[in-house]
Ligand binder design. Structure first.
Ligand code: PLP
Length: 403
């Protein structure tokens, strides 16, 4: 035995056992860097983060505490406890007007909306499949598609048209590799809301080309003009084959101020999709924490005034912030956002530097946080402001933007 040779061999083998390179290009989060700088400010204005200022309503917290007292502390079925699945089915039928989801087997409880999207993409995608995403888009979806082996293909949303797609441009982006289109309405980061005709047009495309449609319904309860239309509700106007290819991801995070609970769900009428997604859930989380699921059931079955109250407050904050942006020479925003908790403004020629320079300037001079459009894949100069932080912060941010 030659010890030095053996140890050289061991080093070679260790070096060849590299980490999964797929993650090397994934960017952690540019927003974290902004937050770190912002928090050095004595009195930061937290418009960079999508965190609601509200606390979870008492009756929801009470339901979790009751579940703990009742010893609902054991393993639960990995795709969700029956009281929650049944509450979700009632909500889908009565509120979302979805008629194609009727069985608990079609409901999969997930660890938040992000995990719902991860399960959907990993269940659907084969290496090289393309997924059409909005441009700009919530960065996470981009990376989730990449991690699931897919290729994101972004199609521009048009600010002058309320941040909606031109469906001809979506059609032009289709290739034989296109597997799915992701729809997020109301939209992060623009606040755009797709209209009925947009959703019907996408369902027609799906029918024509055999595509899957993934509806990210994270902001279903935050619509300021008109009403939210769930894509799965409109799918009932199409054949069962099209209905089966609509997969919807929901979350409790924004509707009920439950970001920290990590509770969401995925629904689909595609039997094989549900069977396979169930395996993904089993082998990633084996189910969401049991008391959390009872809190979710109470959120859906309990009084909904809290949702309406938060929406009313968001509307006030939106209008205030919009007035501040309109008064700021560096920013331009066509119209107040129609939904969600974000205002997306383009940067005018009055600002000479880059979008990152303007972010720095707003932090340095006012402690005001926001996110540059390039974080959402947008090559044009733009900023996203989130107005879910306190009204007092929005008032101060508005004064800063006016100065
Ligand atoms: N989808 C969009 C567009 C979002 O902005 C978010 C959160 O910010 C989510 C999904 C998922 O949220 P969560 O994982 O907290 O449920």
């Amino acid at each position: 035995m030659n010890a030095p040779q053996n140890s050289a061999l061991a080093t070679d083998i260790q070096q060849s056992r590299s980490l999964n390179p797929q993650l090397d290009d994934v960017v952690f989060s540019g927003i974290v860097a902004i937050r770190d700088r912002l928090l050095q400010h004595p009195n930061p204005l937290r418009l960079e983060s999508g965190e609601p200022s509200f606390d979870t309503p008492e009756h929801i917290k009470e339901a979790a505490m009751r579940a703990l007292r009742d010893n609902q502390t054991h393993y639960a079925p990995s795709t969700g406890v029956m009281p929650l699945k049944e509450a979700i089915l009632r909500k889908l039928k009565n509120k979302n007007k979805v008629s194609c989801i009727t069985s608990p087997n079609q409901v999969l409880v997930t660890n938040g909306g992000m995990h719902a999207l991860y399960v959907a993409m990993t269940t659907l995608l084969e290496p090289g499949d393309e997924v059409i995403l909005p441009l700009p888009n919530w960065t996470a979806t981009n990376w989730i598609v990449t991690l699931a082996g897919g290729t994101p293909v972004r199609v521009k949303l048009h600010a002058e048209n309320g941040f909606r797609w031109n469906l001809d441009e979506v059609r032009d982006a289709l290739t034989p590799k296109t597997k799915a289109i992701l729809i997020n309405s109301p939209h992060n980061p623009t606040g755009g809301v797709f209209q009925r005709e947009d959703l019907l047009g996408l369902l027609e495309l799906a029918e024509e080309h055999g595509l899957y449609l993934i509806a990210d319904e994270a902001y279903e309860d935050i619509v300021y003009e008109g009403e939210h239309i769930a894509l799965a509700a409109l799918a009932s106007e199409f054949s069962p084959a099209v209905q089966e290819r609509v997969i919807s991801a929901f979350t409790f995070s924004k509707s009920y101020a439950m970001t920290g609970w990590r509770l969401g769900y995925l629904v689909s009428s595609h039997p094989k999709f549900c069977d396979n997604a169930k395996k993904m859930i089993l082998y990633t989380i084996n189910g969401v924490s049991t008391p959390t699921q009872y809190a979710g059931a109470a959120a859906l079955d309990g009084p909904q005034d809290c949702v309406a109250e938060m929406l009313a407050e968001y509307r006030k904050r939106r209008d205030l912030l919009f007035s501040g942006v309109q008064a700021c020479a560096y920013l331009h925003c066509e119209q107040p956002p129609m939904g969600a908790i974000y205002l997306y403004a383009s940067i005018t020629d009055a600002w000479q530097g880059s979008d990152w320079d303007l972010v720095d300037h707003l932090i340095d001079s006012h402690g005001l946080g926001c996110v540059p459009g390039n974080q959402f894949g947008d090559p044009t100069r733009a900023l996203r402001f989130c107005f879910a932080c306190s009204t007092e912060m929005i008032e101060r941010a508005t004064t800063a933007l006016r100065s």
